[in-house]
Design a protein around this ligand. Structure first.
Ligand code: ASP
Ligand code: MG
Length: 413
């Protein structure tokens, strides 16, 4: 039993979906569970629609545009598109009814956002059937149980595993399901956080348990750096779980940060492969030891550096730090790098405007607060002397820090 996951980029148009289907169809010897994201940038479009709907603005043109996009793809894929068209129309009606629901923003968000995945998985499942695969569509809103933390559901592992083990023997050999969503005890939809479909694949892989989980990407595997920034980046044949987990922590976007742990716990190999070139070997992430890994370079954009300066001629002490961390926690932010000096404490977070200003307000009660936005955080893991010198000497470095394992520089773009 294997799990495959395909992201939005691999499902963005007719041709892309045909390619995904051909990968699935050439891997049908064994049982397959296929986890799908929303098509293209559907999730971004839905976020916009939710924001409009929840502020009482008109969202009809946005929703029609999104519907047309799906209908046009169906028109090309299906020999007889009438039936799937009806399904798409009715899913959009459901979606629309949810956009104007009354309730907490994050709750409403989650009742809407998963329709991207529901629609894409329905469409692809029908297409696979047309192409001769006896595929079964399964609703992840009956499989992955979470708590009620909307937009960041915390998986209830025991219940989820029980449920999956219970239904698995009754399902067909090939299952098509959605990434990104689960449900809570009240049967409401709860999403797992943006880009969470990789994590869904890992949850299913853990619970089934699968022989392997493959994430199909638009790159040939896990690379030593983003090839768009560093053309001579290399593809790893294999990587240890731990190394991969750390890379994703620093911001490597190749795999969602929560994906590695469940698979490592059950020793299930995680494969990152190219959907553009499926014959390439890709990267196998598993329990292995690789001596002398080359430097791994991770770029994290859109960073904000916040500095808190004491105003009363004292020095930064543990009371101050306690206050600062409490405020960060309260604002739901996560520190990417931090540094202190005699009279100030600086830290860097992802720039989420709303949260950052809430945090600055809290900190301003006790400190003089300065901030810079639009920064780039570069982490060089396993640096050598060449990369160490090269990255520290970059133009515009405003903060640098190194440990035995990693060098981090924060750069003004
Ligand atoms: N469609 C969701 C998103 O764009 C989940 C995913 O693609 O992993 O965030
Ligand atoms: Mg995605």
């Amino acid at each position: 039993m294997k799990v495959f996951k395909f992201g939005g980029a691999s499902l963005k148009n007719e041709e892309a979906i045909r390619n995904v289907a051909s990968i699935i169809l050439s891997n049908t010897k064994e049982n397959l569970w296929v986890v799908l994201s929303a098509m293209g940038s559907t999730t971004d479009a839905l976020e916009k629609i939710i924001a409009l709907g929840q502020t009482g603005k008109d969202f009809n043109s946005e929703i029609n545009q999104l519907k047309e996009y799906h209908l046009a793809i169906a028109q090309h894929l299906f020999k007889e598109p009438e039936k799937i068209n009806l399904t798409i129309h009715s899913l959009f009606d459901e979606l629309k009814a949810n956009v104007i629901r009354v309730g907490d923003y994050d709750f409403v968000y989650d009742q809407v956002i998963g329709y991207g995945e529901i629609i894409s998985s329905t469409l692809v499942c029908h297409f696979l059937r047309q192409e001769g695969l006896d595929a079964e569509w399964v609703d992840a809103r009956n499989l992955i149980l979470t708590d009620s933390t909307f937009r960041e559901g915390q998986v209830q592992w025991g219940e989820t595993e029980k449920k999956i083990k219970e239904v698995y023997p009754h399902l067909k050999k090939h299952v098509i399901t959605q990434g990104f969503i689960g449900y809570n005890e009240k049967k409401e939809t709860v999403s797992l956080g943006r880009e969470g479909s990789d994590y869904s694949a890992a949850i299913l892989g853990y619970c089934l348990p699968a022989e392997s989980v493959t994430i199909w990407k638009d790159v040939p595997g896990v690379m030593s750096a983003d090839p768009k920034r560093i053309p001579d980046a290399v593809v790893f044949e294999e990587l240890p779980y731990k190394e991969t987990a750390e890379m994703t922590y620093y911001g490597a976007s190749v795999i969602h940060p929560k994906t590695v742990k469940p698979l490592a716990m059950r020793n299930i190999p995680l494969l990152a492969k190219s959907f553009i070139n499926p014959d390439l070997p890709g990267t196998k992430i598993h329990d292995c030891h690789i001596p002398n890994l080359p430097p791994l370079i991770v770029h994290k954009e859109d960073q904000c550096l916040i500095s808190c300066k004491v105003t009363d001629y004292t020095y930064i002490n543990e009371d101050h730090l306690g206050f600062i961390f409490q405020a960060i926690h309260q604002s739901g932010m996560h520190v990417n790098v931090m540094q202190n000096s005699a009279i100030s404490f600086s830290f860097c977070v992802d720039y989420r405007e709303h949260k950052v200003f809430k945090l600055i307000d809290l900190l301003s009660k006790k400190f003089e607060v300065f901030y810079n936005t639009g920064l780039l955080l570069i982490t060089v893991k396993n640096y050598n002397s060449k990369t160490f010198n090269e990255y520290r000497a970059l133009k515009g470095v405003i903060l640098e820090q190194s440990s035995r394992a990693a060098l981090q520089v924060l750069v003004k773009n």
